[in-house]
Design a protein around this ligand. Structure first.
Ligand SMILES: Cc1cn([C@H]2C[C@H](O)[C@@H](COP(=O)(O)OP(=O)(O)O[C@H]3O[C@@H](C)C(=O)[C@@H](O)[C@H]3O)O2)c(=O)[nH]c1=O
Length: 186
């Protein structure tokens, strides 16, 4: 099975089969039928790609309902720590974080359901990250959590003193001060 559980309901690691031969390798970076076989029916509508240098930390971000986004994250070049926080009210893992090393080398992907805050930090000299989304960008619905909230206990894999963070990400609230409209669906 290409999917692995994470201990947080709905948050899955996708590890596609890699077909290597004397030319190089081939793999299905996304196949809707494979996801449907796992009971996951997602209509992705937007692909994003971002390049960042070592120490860049983006996040933790979400879009409020009705513009919430499921994200399928992967790394095309380099290496990151990808981190998420479950902020679905009523979830058995509300407030719990999960972090994973995603790289061009390991080709793992993280499927992040709606109702999670998401971010990543770059461990390699540069990293090219791409992610599919099932809802369009809607600036007015953006929200986030401050990346260094100690209650999240996220190990970003970099010294946070050197983190390169956008102005808007430096003033995000702590988890305890969030106002949002995500509800755990079971
Ligand atoms: C997210 C996004 C941004 N933009 C624009 C707005 C701005 O001018 C520029 C950079 O935007 P940001 O600073 O928000 O980019 P960034 O900090 O990389 O935001 C992203 O972070 C990661 C962690 C996520 O999970 C994404 O959902 C998204 O929030 O790109 C779009 O045009 N479409 C989009 O979907």
């Amino acid at each position: 099975m290409p999917f692995h559980e994470t201990g947080i309901p709905g948050l899955l690691i996708y590890e596609p089969a890699i077909h290597g031969d004397h030319r190089g390798y081939f793999f299905e970076s996304y196949n809707a039928q494979t996801f449907q076989g796992q009971g996951i029916n997602i209509q992705f509508v937007q692909d994003n790609q971002a390049r960042s240098s070592y120490g860049v930390l983006r996040g933790l971000h979400y879009q409020l309902n009705p513009h919430a986004q499921t994200k399928l994250i992967r790394v095309l070049e380099g290496e990151i720590i990808d981190a998420v926080v479950d902020i679905r009210k009523g979830s058995p893992t509300y407030g719990k974080s999960f972090a994973i090393n995603l790289s061009a080398n390991n080709k793992r992907q993280l499927l992040v359901p709606q109702g999670f805050a998401h971010g990543y930090a770059v461990l390699s000299p540069t990293a090219e990250v791409m992610y599919k989304c099932d809802n369009f960008y809607h600036k007015a619905s953006e929200g986030g959590i401050i990346y260094n909230d100690p209650t999240l206990q996220i190990n970003w894999g970099i010294d946070l003193k050197d983190a390169i963070v956008s102005d808007k990400d430096q003033v995000l609230p702590k988890l305890a001060d969030l106002e949002h409209n995500f509800v755990y669906q079971g």
